[in-house]
Design a protein around this ligand. Structure first.
Ligand code: MRU
Length: 351
């Protein structure tokens, strides 16, 4: 199997690094328009993460790394170390669930601690952020190969996916969507069913957009249609990403992922989680310990100013859920696959 995508296979990037600024494609405005936001410092990057200009666990981590590099680049020259430490604190507070954010900041912090001058920090933190970005892309390419080894389809198959795990969410190829790209490149993909992904619509606004641009066959469905699609026998695998994977193999991912895992088990369809090892958090014993972000109720109450619900109705808006390891057939990372994940299998690959 080829290890690299053809250049034309990925028509999308989420961010562009310019040394003194980070340009972020404003994912809130897709697919209506491709508008780039210039982030010229760590606080601006943190605000872009909080506001979902950039989202998706790996892309959040990579942007935060560039945010630290920007903090060094623009440090005043006085107590530059205090300025960088403060930037790391601000970035760490931007979103709580995706562990890639904290993983990336830790890596940047390790480099920062070994820097002896502001010039040194400016150079080395930028190099480290670029390295982290490149490593994520390489990890995406490797995990796609491992995933196909697990699936081993003889004929083109249909898959169902949730949220957006593509170039927009990563260093450039995608995790679950990278697997889908690879199936397509190997002529083993019949079709992708893309869950709309309420309430933020990552599936319809981002996944369907990415796949359409790259001419990969996609059919959009409301989240509630997944059971009917599976019941019709149309799908062989459900393939999703992850925001945090704990030591026992539990997986936090976009709200609605757990529903899909239950459906997959009922319909005897494979359920695969694809993520870089930077998403694995061996310090947490189980998914119950993962902080689950809840976002503003307005995401359910209105759509671009139009009311969708009666004024004042209480809203519960957790944006991630936890799928128990027992419902997962394989967790695939760049290091390989853990089949039927549990503590033993996870430890074998990640310690
Ligand atoms: O709220 P989001 O859009 O950041 O949530 C994204 C997801 O849940 C993705 O599935 C996950 O981060 C994996 S992205 C490769």
């Amino acid at each position: 199997m080829s290890n690299r995508p053809s250049k034309s296979s990925v028509g999308t990037v989420a961010m562009r690094w310019h040394g003194d600024r980070l340009d972020l494609l404003d994912q809130r405005r897709l697919p209506a328009e491709e508008h780039w936001i210039v982030a010229d410092g760590a606080s601006a990057v943190a605000q872009c993460i909080t506001d979902m200009v950039v989202r998706g666990a790996p892309a959040i981590g990579i942007s935060a790394a560039y945010g630290v590099a920007l903090a060094a680049r623009h440090a005043g020259g006085g107590d530059w170390q205090a300025e960088i430490r403060q930037a790391i604190r601000v970035l760490a507070a931007s979103r709580p669930t995706a562990v890639n954010l904290f993983w990336a900041l830790k890596r940047m912090e390790q480099v920062f601690h070994s820097c002896h001058s502001l010039n040194d920090a400016t150079d080395r933190l930028a190099v480290e952020a670029v390295r982290l970005h490149e490593e994520d892309l390489a990890a995406n390419l490797a995990m796609a190969g491992h995933a196909l080894d697990v699936m081993r389809p003889d004929n083109p198959i249909a898959v169902l996916t949730h949220c957006n795990t593509g170039a927009l969410a990563t260093g450039g190829y995608g995790t679950a969507l990278g697997v889908i790209r690879r199936l397509h490149e190997e002529s083993l993909l019949d079709r992708v069913y893309a869950d709309e992904t309420r309430p933020w619509l990552q599936g319809s606004r981002l996944t369907a957009w990415e796949l359409t641009r790259d001419e990969i066959p996609v059919t959009l469905n409301v989240d509630g249609a997944a059971a009917a699609i599976l019941a019709a026998g149309k799908v062989k695998w459900i393939v999703v990403g992850a925001d945090r994977i704990t030591a026992n193999g539990d997986v936090a991912n976009k709200i609605g992922t757990y529903n899909l895992a239950v459906l997959a088990r009922h319909h005897k369809v494979g359920f695969m989680v694809v993520a870089p090892s930077s998403t694995v958090d061996m310090s947490l014993a189980s998914g119950q310990e993962i902080p689950i972000e809840e976002r503003d109720g307005s995401e359910l109450l209105e759509l671009r100013g139009m009311p969708l619900a009666p004024v004042g109705v209480p809203v519960f808006n957790p944006v991630f859920d936890v799928t128990p390891a027992g419902l997962i057939d394989a967790i695939v990372t760049e290091k390989g696959a853990v089949r039927n994940p549990d503590l033993t299998g996870m430890r074998a690959l990640f310690t």
